[in-house]
Ligand binder design. Sequence first.
Ligand code: FES
Length: 142
Amino acid sequence: MSADIYHEMIVDYSRNPLNFGRLEDPHATFHDSNPLCGDSIGIDLRVEDGSVSGITFHGKGCAICMACSSVLTEMAKGKTVEEVRRIGKDDVLGELGLEHLQAVRIKCALLSLKVLKSALYGYIAEKGGDTGSLKEDAAGLY
Ligand code: FES
């Protein structure tokens, strides 16, 4: 896809974000902020039969942050917990052609992934499951 199309997608997702809002009775919820700009994103998650049956995000962020939160929540929908924990930064960046994003904007793009991994960590830990390297994966994103 061309850079123009990716740019259009980012602008469109930022104006009309997907999965934006709050879930009733989430099984896990987490939020975090980008210390550079103060923008913050929260994610609510519902898990049924081992798969993500509901996921939304809320908060505020720049266009890249909102677009990445949109594609990430779309990506996670319906996936098993195991599949969601394997979503990596290249998956999110690649979806919007952001592989060569400047270091200063990486936090904008990966904030929601960090939040999702942290929410998942909380969910699995509460169930007494094996959280593996989730916490370190979240902390090591940027
Ligand atoms: Fe705040 Fe991008 S400038 S998340």
